[in-house]
Design a protein around this ligand. Sequence first.
Ligand SMILES: Nc1nc2c(ncn2[C@@H]2O[C@H](COP(=O)(O)OP(=O)(O)OP(=O)(O)O)[C@@H](O)[C@H]2O)c(=O)[nH]1
Ligand SMILES: [Mg+2]
Length: 680
Amino acid sequence: MGIPNERLHGAVRCVALLGPAGTGKTSLAEALLFASGAVTRVGSVAAGTSLGDASPEARMRGGSTRINLFHFDYMGDRFGLIDVPGSVGFMADGLAALPSVDLALVVIDPAPDRALLAAPWLRRLDRLGIPHAIVINRIESARAGAVHALVSELQPLSREPLALRQIPIREGEAVTGYVDLALERAYRYCPHGISQRIDIPAGVSERERADRGRLLETLADFDDALLEALLMDEPADPAVVMADLAEDTATNRLVPVILTSATNGGGIQRLLKLLRHETPAPDAAAARIGNPRGVHVLKIAQGGAMGRLAYARVHGQPLSEGEELTGESESARCGALFAVQGDRTAKQPQAQPGEIIAIGKLDAARTGMVLGRKGEPGRVVAVEYPPRNAALAIAAHDRKDDVKLSAALHRLCEEDPSLSWSQEEATHDTLLRGVNEEQLAVVIDRLARQYGVKVDARAPRIAYRESIRRGASQRGRHKKQSGGHGQYGDVIIEIAPRARGEGFLFGERISGGVVPRQWIPAVEAGVRDAMAAGPLGFPVVDVEVVLTDGSYHSVDSSELAFRIAGRMAMGEALAAAEPYVLEPVCRIVIDTPEGTASKAGSVLSARRGQILGLSQHPDWPRWERVEALLPEAGLEGLDAELRAQSQGLAQFETAFDHLAELAGRHAEDVVRARREPAPA
Ligand SMILES: Nc1nc2c(ncn2[C@@H]2O[C@H](COP(=O)(O)OP(=O)(O)OP(=O)(O)O)[C@@H](O)[C@H]2O)c(=O)[nH]1
Ligand SMILES: [Mg+2]
C-alpha cells in the first residue's frame, strides 16, 4: 500500500483520453485545462473555440482528426494529455502513442446500449497492460438506472473488475450531482466551478450503501486487512479506501468508473484528483517501450511554421536542445524543443522526464521509434494499426503538379502511418490507401488546401484478367515489300487453356529450321505482347502456346518481323479461343458485434459474396465473425456499409484468394467499361 504519488520524483505524467467518436474527449480536455488553470477560458468544440481540434478539417467535421496534445499543472504535479480521435480513420497516431501513456481514460456515453463501443479500447488497454479508468461523460443527460445498467454491460468486456466510484444524484430529468462512494460525500455540480458539498439525499442513501458495499468488496479482494475489517463489520478507514483505490488502479488491478459532464464542467475536480492520486509514475510506460531513458516518438507533424516536428515523450532524464539521439542506425542532434498546447507551441530549452514535447529538425525520427541517448541504438515499438480498407486512384488535376503531389503524399503518409500510397505499374494509377473513406476524403481535402494540389480521385481499377475456354491454331504472317529491304515473318501457333494459376507456358515443335532458332525468342516476345491486353482488353493468363510451323526469307526476315508475326498470330488465336473475363476474389474475415453477423452476411451476399461461415468470435466476448469469399469489386464502400449497421464497430481484413470466371451481365459491363475511354 501507499499512495503512488509519493514515489513520483517529479516526473511529468501522461494521460490519454480515448474512446468512441463524439463522446466528449476533446471537450473533457478543455474542461481539465480550464479547471487546472492552464487556460482562463473554456474552449468549446461546438462553438469552434476549443484549443484542440484547431485544424480546418477538424473544425469542419466537428470532431478530432489527429491527436491533440496538452499539458497542465495541478496542485504541483504536471500532466501531459493526449486526446485521441474516436473515429477509426483518425486514430493511428493515438495508437502509436498508447504504449507511452501512464493512465488512459476511456470516455463513453451514458447510454447502456452503446457500451459495446468501448470494447475495442478496453481490449487494447488490456493487451498492452495500461492502467485505465472509465469516464461516463454527458452524465447530466443520463436516464434513471443508466449508470448501473451500463456498468453491467461493460463488465464482461473488461478483464479487470470495474469499480463504480460515484453514483448520480437526480433532480427531475437531469443529473445534478453525485455521491462519492469512497468518501461517502455528496456534491452538487456547479457549472465550471467547484462542486458544492451537500448532504446525501434521502432518495439515494439506500443505493449508496449497496454500491459502496460492492466497491469495498472489490477492494478487499486485494487487501486482506480491509477484508478482515469488512468481515468483522468494522467501518472501513477512508484513508485505506483511497490508498487502495490509488494502488489498484495504478497497478491495473481494477478499473474505476467515474462520472463527468464536460461541457458543464461537472465532475472535473474529482477527475483531476483521480489523475493526481491514481496515475502511476512513468516507469511502467518506460518498460513498455523498452528503454528507461528512451525518447518515444508519438507523431510526426509537417507543414507548420516550425517545419517538420517530431512529437515525443521524454523518459528517464531531461532532454536538452542540441542533445544527440540515435534512431535505428543514424544519430542526429535535437533542434529546438517546444511545449505543445493544442496548436500552440512555445520554445523551451529543456524537457523534463515524462514530458511530451515537439522536437525540431530530427530527421531520424519516425513514428513509433524509441530514440536512444549517448549512442545507444534506437528501437521501434510495434503498433497494431487498423487495416486499410479504403483505396482511391488519384491523379493531379493539372499534370504539372505531379511532383508536388508525390512530395505531399510522402509527407502525409509520414504524418499518418495508417495511410500509404504507391504507383501501380499495371495501370499507372497513384493508389492511395487508408483505413476508411472518411480518412481519404480528409487527405484529398488537405492536398488541396495545405499543399495546393487539386486531385481527381476515383475508385481504383480492379485487376481483371482474361483466359480462354478452348484451344485454337493460328497462322500469323507479316510481309511487307517496300522498295529495297522488306520484312518477312511467318509462324503458326497452337494455343490451349491451362488450369487456373498455372500461368503461361511457351514451347516449340519446329523441325527443319522453318523458323530459325535465333528468332524463336522474338516469336515468344510477340506472343507476350498480344497477351498484355487480350481480345476483351485485359491481361491474359493461364495459356499454353506452342510454335509449330512457319517460314522465313533469307534476306527480309528479322527479329522484328517475327515478333510482329507472333503478336498477330496470338491476337487472332485468342479471339478464336472463346476468351472470358476473370475477376479477383478475396477472402474476407469480418468481426462484428453480437447480433450483427447475419446482417453483415446479407451485405456480402448482395455483393456476390459467398459465405463460408458465421461463428462466435474466437477471442472476443459478445462478438461474432463472418468468413466469406468476395469479389474484389464488392469491396467498394463495404467498410461504410458494414459500420453503418454495427454502431461503427464492424471491421474486416481481406487477402487475395483466387481468380474466378465472371459471366453474364457483370462480364459484359466490365468489358464495356474497359473499352470506353477512362473518364478524364
Ligand atoms: N451535453 C453535453 N454535450 C457534450 C458533453 N461533452 C461533449 N459534448 C458535446 O459533444 C460533441 C462532441 O464533443 P467532442 O469533445 O468533440 O467529442 P470527442 O470525443 O472529442 O469526439 P471525436 O474527437 O470525434 O472522437 C460536442 O458538440 C460537445 O459540445 C457533455 O458533457 N454534455
Ligand atoms: Mg475529439
